[in-house]
Ligand binder design. Structure first.
Ligand code: 5RP
Length: 224
């Protein structure tokens, strides 16, 4: 099976966790796009969705799924999202699609985080994928130095034309290579203290409750 077929498999499998009559939190990325397409098949059985990005909102709306603002919502039974990496405890690196801040906000509303990922995302130790960090522009150089002191190398994420990538919130991103994240809770807490950090793409406090992992043998359910 191709990686995209594995993503489609888990996108479909996540429907079993959507609670009929309720709202569902929706993440961002190519795996989530498959989930959104699958969700369209049960759109009349849900109240609507809370989206974590402009891109997901457009896709949900194209399917006729009503999108609520996160600010209107007090709780979500479930949030479904992908990951760039997930370890054996449900800790994740996210933000490859630049949606990390809104993803964390929507995940914070949810009782359960269902991670959907193809098998390549499952790692023993987080950090091989460059850690995304959304930052305030004036702090970017100081934050680069802080990441160097932590043993990493931070690079401003750029588009193909050389301009900085900006998030839906209008902020740039640093991608930090070379970190070995053995203690995700401690590192997330540390980086969160640094002035100018909007969101670090470590989802430790907001780790997955379970992961649907797409493997050539089928969907594995990992419960954390
Ligand atoms: C976006 C994310 C995505 O969940 C992550 O990048 C995985 O994306 P994909 O499903 O395309 O592999 O965190 O900010």
């Amino acid at each position: 099976m191709t990686q995209d077929e594995l993503k489609a498999l888990v996108g479909q499998a996540a429907l079993q966790y959507v609670v009929p009559g309720e709202l569902v939190g929706v993440g961002t990325g190519s795996t989530v796009n498959h989930f959104i397409d699958a969700l369209a098949t049960m759109k009349h059985r849900i109240k609507g969705a809370v989206s974590s990005s402009h891109a997901s909102t457009l896709r949900l709306q194209a399917h006729g799924i009503h999108v609520f603002e996160a600010a209107e919502v007090k709780r979500l039974p479930v949030y479904v999202d992908g990951a760039d990496e997930i370890d054996g405890r449900g800790f994740m690196v996210k933000g490859g699609g630049a949606a990390l801040t809104r993803e964390k906000i929507v995940a914070d509303l949810a009782e359960r985080f269902v991670c959907i990922a193809d098998a390549s995302k499952r790692v023993e130790v987080l950090g091989a994928f460059a850690l995304p960090v959304e930052v305030i522009t004036m702090a970017a150089h100081q934050l680069e130095r802080r990441f160097t002191a932590l043993g990493g190398t931070a690079t401003l994420r750029r588009r193909a034309d050389g301009a900085p990538v900006l998030t839906d919130n209008g902020h740039p991103l640093l991608d930090v290579q070379g970190l070995r994240i053995a203690d995700p809770l401690a590192m997330e807490a540390e980086i969160n203290q640094w002035p100018g950090v909007v969101t670090v793409g470590l989802f430790a406090r907001h780790r997955a409750s379970l992961c649907l992992l797409g493997t050539p043998e089928g969907v594995q359910t990992l419960v954390f």
